[in-house]
Design a protein. Structure first.
Length: 90
C-alpha cells in the first residue's frame, strides 16, 4: 500500500489529493514533486515562482491547487473548468 510520504521531508507542507470530484489518471509523482518545489518557493516568499508552478500544474497536468485546504485535484482547466471550491487563482 503505497500511500506513505517517505522520509518526512515535507515539513508540514504536503498536499493531499482530493478525488471527490475527479480521479483522472495523472503522473502523481511528478505533480507531488512540483507541489513540493512550489512549497519551498512559498517558504522562501518567492511567490512569483510558486505561482508559475501553480500555473504549470494547471496547464500541463490539469491540476488545481487549493492552498487553504492543502489539497490538489485533477480535472481542472485554464479556462476555469473545475476551479470552483478554492482550486483556482486567489
Amino acid at each position: 500500500g503505497g500511500r506513505g510520504r517517505g522520509g518526512g521531508g515535507s515539513f508540514g507542507y504536503a498536499y493531499e489529493r482530493d478525488t471527490s470530484r475527479d480521479e483522472s489518471n495523472v503522473d502523481v509523482a511528478a505533480v507531488e514533486a512540483l507541489l513540493n518545489e512550489r512549497s519551498q518557493y512559498k517558504k522562501q516568499r518567492n511567490f512569483d515562482a510558486a505561482d508559475e508552478i501553480r500555473d504549470a500544474l494547471l496547464s500541463e497536468y490539469a491540476v488545481g491547487v487549493n492552498d487553504r485546504e492543502r489539497t490538489w485535484r485533477t480535472g481542472c482547466s485554464p479556462g476555469g473548468s473545475g476551479l470552483s471550491g478554492g482550486y483556482g487563482r486567489p
